[in-house]
Design a protein around this ligand. Structure first.
Ligand code: ADP
Length: 403
């Protein structure tokens, strides 16, 4: 009996051992899996942190605003690329104070004040140089959780130079427009008052005054039309419709339209554009360019003179157009400025002719939108030649958004 019992017990023990060791193996495998999972999640976590740091570094370096972070003792910890460019520093400024790094006393004082008051502040600084630049700096503090200690100070720099320039241009433009509107309006009012006060009873005087009033209302109309054209061009709302078209017929059309004005000053209009010369253009806009340039040729040309339009290919796919007159010419110092809004080389003559001072800035806008250039050469007493380029291109027909 004993041997059978021993065999049974040992078989049972062996069975238990086998089960036990299987459980142990399973347990060991679970522990390994847990360890592996933990390792993988730690690695994933580290990768997440590294990626987030890399993203923050790229974000920090690619910001257009300049950013500086100062540590608890007001020393520069980091400064991004924008701030190094704005403040023109090439050396490593980490570890320095704002005063040591940039010699900007006002900024240093603001940082100190912000630290003491534990509240943000801002400042505008002007940086001297070839062209003065204006920066706005916003300073913020990072406080400890109990809000007793300053842990860091963050400075954010915005370059206001371009914005200020645009604001200046806008103000100048509004002032010019107001002046241009007010002058004819006050003249019209003056003539009307004089008529009411009795001049209307003298037919000769009344007729003269009424014609003057008409001239000034025309001036106002031209001004408003030119302002509307400029605003349409600058808004970029209208897509240009480029076509590859013959240039000569367009010149011919403008010659017809200006013939009466030219005749009144005995000025000849000559179209010397070769037949079959094609250019890539938005026909309506190019019509405006030719109208403004040829009209100027008549307005500032000499009585009995001539305004000639020519065009020729000057390179692969490039056409140069010339509008030439033999009038009074433009003084050298004014030649670069005639394309500016409201610039007039000779104020009285421009006003007398109903000029708005906007014609050439419209021309420039349109030529640039065609990818061309515009310029003038002139000699006093001999006349002026306005040039502009267009693509003679074989690739026509596509529309482009004006900008
Ligand atoms: P305006 O309406 O006064 O003619 P523009 O912008 O067309 O305005 O021209 C600006 C100024 O350039 C004119 O006032 C004039 O002094 C000068 N100018 C333009 N074209 C000619 C030209 N062909 N000959 C002489 N001066 C010109």
């Amino acid at each position: 009996m004993w041997p059978a019992l021993v065999i049974a017990l040992s078989a049972g023990a062996a069975f238990l051992h086998l089960r036990w060791s299987r459980r142990c193996e399973a347990l060991a495998r679970s522990v390994d899996r847990l360890k592996q999972d933990a390792r993988e999640s730690a690695a994933a976590h580290e990768a997440d942190i590294a990626r987030s740091h890399a993203e923050q570094a790229v974000l920090f370096e690619s910001m257009t605003e300049g950013v500086i972070v100062l540590d608890a003792s007001s020393r520069i910890q980091v400064a991004n690329a924008a701030v190094r460019q704005l403040l023109d520093v090439s050396k490593d400024i980490r570890g320095q104070t704002v005063l040591e790094a940039f010699r900007l006393g006002d900024l240093h004082a603001l940082v100190e004040r912000v630290r003491v008051e534990k509240a943000g502040g801002s400042l505008e600084i002007e940086l001297p140089g070839l062209s003065v630049r204006t920066l706005e700096v916003n300073v913020a503090v990072v406080l400890s959780p109990d809000r007793r200690l300053v842990q860091a100070v963050i400075l954010v720099f915005h370059d206001l130079t371009r914005l200020n320039e645009l604001e200046h241009t806008r103000q100048e433009f509004v002032a010019n427009v107001s002046h241009e509107l007010r002058t004819p309006l006050s003249l019209i009012k003056g003539y009307v008052e004089t008529l009411i006060e009795g001049a209307k009873d003298d037919p000769a005087v009344a007729s003269k005054f009424l014609h003057t009033i008409l001239k000034h209302t025309d001036r106002l109309t031209y001004l408003i039309e030119d302002l509307l054209i400029l605003s349409k061009l600058e808004s970029g709302r209208e897509a240009l419709n480029f076509q590859r078209e013959e240039f000569r017929p367009l010149v011919e059309r403008v010659v017809d339209e200006l013939q009466t004005a030219a005749d009144s000053r005995q000025i000849g209009l000559v179209n010397e554009v070769p037949t079959e010369l094609k250019v890539r253009m938005d026909v309506n806009r190019m019509h405006q360019v030719l109208l403004n340039l040829m009209d100027n040729g008549i307005k500032y040309g000499r009585t009995g003179g001539v305004v000639t339009v020519t065009a020729r290919e000057v390179g692969e796919q490039l056409v140069e157009v010339e509008v030439q007159d033999n009038g009074q010419g433009i003084p050298v110092e004014a030649q670069d400025r005639v394309f500016e809004r409201f610039f007039r080389a000779e104020k009285a003559r421009s006003r007398e002719q109903g000029g708005t001072g906007l014609g050439l800035s419209i021309v420039k806008h349109i030529v640039l939108s065609h990818g061309g250039k515009v310029w003038v050469t002139s000699e006093m007493g001999r006349g002026s030649t306005f040039y502009f380029t267009l693509q003679g291109g074989s690739h026509g027909g596509e529309a482009a958004t004006y900008s």
